[in-house]
Design a protein around this ligand. Structure first.
Ligand code: NDP
Length: 245
């Protein structure tokens, strides 16, 4: 349980939902975690809850200059960065015929371009260290598709291609890049789903229940840790068996 002692990392969207639990578990294992998100109030609250090893920075991941400046200053302070979790994500669902340019771009710029900006910003330091672990949070809908989520499913599918490409690019420098594809977890992102849709999802989950945030955080910690030292370029479905093939 102390496998992150002395490790410094960055997580986007670590103030709420899945990201907050991943942050909590990493800190419990000894990591110091910089949490990047937009809502400063939630950020301050997260710092208070998770203690001195949780440091919040107000960042919108769609703003490349802001991402670069913030991550540069973290690396300058810490002299290293051991892991990055690209977790920030949003949905703006609509049927394709009604989907606006703004809905398409908003979802792509957060879920996919944000990961590009953050990964680029840590890459040089990790390459110099010849060590690092990057974890992208995609979604099973990036694999299966989902009616009403063409923007989100495409961005998450893009994140899978991004994960595998970067894993290939970075492997010679001992930087591992993996992704988790969550199934269904109750967070702010999913709370607004109609009850009948939730019932339908439940029927499709072989384990017969939604996942807990502790369960997904455990998997994230594993993939980021040295225990997963021979795993790269993988997309791990954490979905109660929904996507079993
Ligand atoms: P939440 O809505 O609970 O949390 C999302 C987090 O992302 C918040 O901390 C939010 O903070 C941050 N965020 C959103 N936009 C930005 C931005 N532009 N810049 C910086 N931070 C941002 O979502 P979940 O915890 O449910 O989702 C986490 C990840 O898991 C997402 O990538 C999501 O797509 C994925 N996922 C979730 C599933 C689920 O069942 N919940 C299923 C499949 C995938 P703030 O608003 O302050 O910026």
């Amino acid at each position: 349980m102390n496998d992150f002692v002395g490790k410094i990392g960055i997580i986007t969207g670590g103030t709420k939902g899945i990201g907050k639990f991943i942050t909590k578990h990493l800190i419990a294992r000894g990591a110091k975690v910089y949490v990047l998100a937009r809502d400063a109030e939630a950020g301050k609250k997260t710092e208070q809850e998770l203690g001195a090893n949780c440091i919040f920075r107000t960042v919108d991941v769609t703003n490349g200059a802001q991402v670069q400046a913030t991550i540069d200053s973290i690396i300058e302070t810490e002299k290293r960065v051991d892991f990055l979790v690209n977790n920030a994500g949003v949905t703006q669902d609509n049927l394709l015929l009604r989907m606006t340019d703004e809905q398409w771009d908003f979802v792509f710029s957060t879920n996919l371009k944000g990961a590009f900006y953050c990964t680029k910003a840590v890459a040089r330091a990790m390459m110099k260290q010849r060590a690092g672990a990057i974890l992208n949070i995609t979604s099973i809908v990036g694999i299966t598709g989902n009616a009403g989520q063409a923007n989100y499913a495409s961005a998450k599918a893009g994140l899978i291609g991004f994960t595998k490409s970067i894993a290939r690019e970075f492997s010679s420098r001992n930087i591992r890049v993996n992704a988790i594809a969550p199934g269904f977890f109750e967070t702010q992102l999913t709370v607004g789903l109609p009850p009948e849709l939730k019932e339908r999802y439940l029927k499709e989950i072989p384990l017969g229940r939604f996942g807990t945030l502790d369960e997904i955080a455990e998997v994230a910690c594993f993939l980021l840790s040295e225990r997963a030292s021979y795993i790269t370029g993988q997309i791990l479905n954490v979905d109660g068996g929904m996507l079993m093939r």
